[in-house]
Design a protein around this ligand. Structure first.
Ligand code: ARG
Length: 270
């Protein structure tokens, strides 16, 4: 009798410990649902993220809000700029970043990325009367880029690393200003961004040039600190938002037409 009371007591203790452990379970594999996540961005890249009457807005913001809702998290966006965004994520000071960030091998060494959500490629922005017709024509010209972007890398692959004719700016707006003021002959940045800029600013008399031979296809992803336990939840939510039609709705609101879901889904399976 005594013995069984003792073992019952022992069993109860084990049970209570198990419950306690489960409650403290930060190591359960996924993040804390419902938690408010800090999202960092560089809101000078319309139409993906930009400031409008003091508010951070854009396709990326609407898309991420839909993903947050699907994944069951709250979020707070902070516009901190491009270089700081990588530092904050690497130092785990923010939970994730969205900023039209291209997933590539180099970045994958230091960061984790979600499943891809947008296809992009670099493009050249020049004055309407420019004689530049391809990436090769950038040789001997001054090219403005946003520092640390795939646009910079694309230009470096043609002009050479750290070439003196490559003018690097903290954000893409400053690179475009340099072009407009005549300090550069071209800007290289993501296709959607330069096409929108040329279209929305007809007074600036600019045109865009694509070069599929020199500029490869890229895909954007949400960026997390390496090893973040949020990635699994967000991968699932990104796929759901793409598959359930929400993505197409947001895409149509921003770009006016249907997204190429097939290309995206193919990339998702990789
Ligand atoms: N997609 C390019 C890259 O990842 C440019 C992104 C720049 N984004 C921004 N919000 N400024 O390098």
């Amino acid at each position: 009798m005594k013995k069984s009371i003792k073992s019952l007591f022992a069993l109860t203790m084990v049970g209570m410990l198990a419950i306690l452990a489960a409650c403290g379970g930060s190591d359960s594999g996924s993040g804390d649902k419902g938690k408010k996540l800090e999202v960092v961005t560089d809101a000078a890249y319309a139409p993906f993220e930009y400031m409008d009457k003091g508010e951070i807005t854009g396709f990326d913001i609407d898309f991420l809000n839909a993903v947050m809702k699907e994944a069951g998290y709250e979020s707070e966006f902070k516009n901190i700029g491009w270089d700081p965004l990588f530092a904050e994520i690497q130092g785990e000071k923010a939970d994730l970043a969205i900023s039209a960030i291209t997933i590539n091998e180099e970045r994958k060494e230091s960061f984790d990325f979600s499943t891809p959500y947008f296809e992009s490629t670099n493009m050249i922005l020049v004055p309407e009367d420019s004689d530049i017709k391809s990436a090769e024509d950038l040789k001997g010209k001054k090219v403005a880029v946003q520092n640390g972007t795939t646009g910079q890398a694309a230009v470096e692959s043609i002009l050479g690393k750290n070439h003196k004719n490559i003018k690097k700016f903290e954000n893409n707006t400053l690179a475009i200003m340099e072009l407009i003021q005549g300090g550069a002959d071209a800007v290289v940045a993501d296709n959607t961004v330069v096409i929108e800029y040329a279209k929305n600013n007809p007074d600036k008399k600019l045109k865009t040039i694509k070069d599929e031979k020199n500029f490869e296809s890229e895909f954007y992803g949400l960026m997390f600190p390496k090893g973040s336990d949020l990635k699994a939840d967000f991968d699932k939510a990104v796929k759901e938002v793409i598959n359930n039609g929400t993505y197409s709705e947001i895409y149509k609101e921003w770009f006016g037409d249907e997204p190429d879901l097939e290309a995206l889904k193919k990339q998702m399976e990789k």
